[in-house]
Design a protein around this ligand. Structure first.
Ligand code: COA
Length: 161
């Protein structure tokens, strides 16, 4: 049985919603690779190293969690890592259609691929990285949504004192 899984995403930046999913996964599986996607077509606020660094800092106490990054297709990364299971968070019904499409396309390309979906706490059902960035950009308080290190990095990006 495969006990080592991959949790891919943009993490631009990591939020308490992502952390909630990672903590749940870390209790269910022996090893989790949090894989930050370097997608040249998606404009991100934080570069790949900044996103990885924030994840490393906020997840340092979870000993079975590793931070990595990848470029290109997720299935190729899954094959290189010799894994089978990809974790994704499902926040609301609205996530389902996108995730369903992604999962089926991935399985069509690689039959050895499987997804496991985890639900975050209802506290984070509405949360997204874009929402956090928008609030931070406009000078709002994001303390409820992201760890303090991420809040500081957002302030630096938007040059808010
Ligand atoms: N809590 C808070 N926010 C969450 C969340 C949670 N539990 N789960 C998802 N989100 C939010 C993210 O913050 C992000 O918000 P944003 O759009 O405001 O930035 C949004 O949901 C999308 O999440 P993410 O998990 O980062 O997905 P993505 O669509 O950016 O990337 C990949 C998903 C990495 C799996 C996908 O793009 C991929 O596989 N890329 C590689 C290329 C590839 O193989 N493509 C072919 C696929 S068929």
């Amino acid at each position: 049985m495969c006990k080592s899984v991959i949790y891919p995403g943009s993490f631009d930046p990591v939020t308490y919603g992502h952390i909630d999913i990672i903590k749940r996964a870390s209790r269910l599986f022996t090893h989790i690779i949090v894989a930050v996607v370097a997608n040249p077509n998606k404009k991100t606020l934080f570069d790949i190293d900044e996103r990885k660094e924030m994840l490393k800092t906020v997840l340092k106490d979870l000993k079975n969690v590793e931070i990595d990054s990848f470029e290109g297709l997720l299935i190729d990364y899954v094959k290189i890592k010799k894994k089978q299971i990809v974790i994704r968070g499902l926040r609301a019904v609205s996530d389902f259609e996108y995730e369903f499409q992604l999962a089926l396309a991935n399985r069509k390309m690689y039959t050895g691929f499987d997804n496991i979906f985890l639900m975050p706490s209802e506290k984070y059902i509405f949360l997204s990285s874009s929402m956090v960035k928008e609030i931070a950009r406009l000078g709002g308080d994001v303390s409820q949504f992201v760890p303090s290190i991420v809040k500081i990095k957002l302030k630096e990006k938007f040059r808010i004192t």
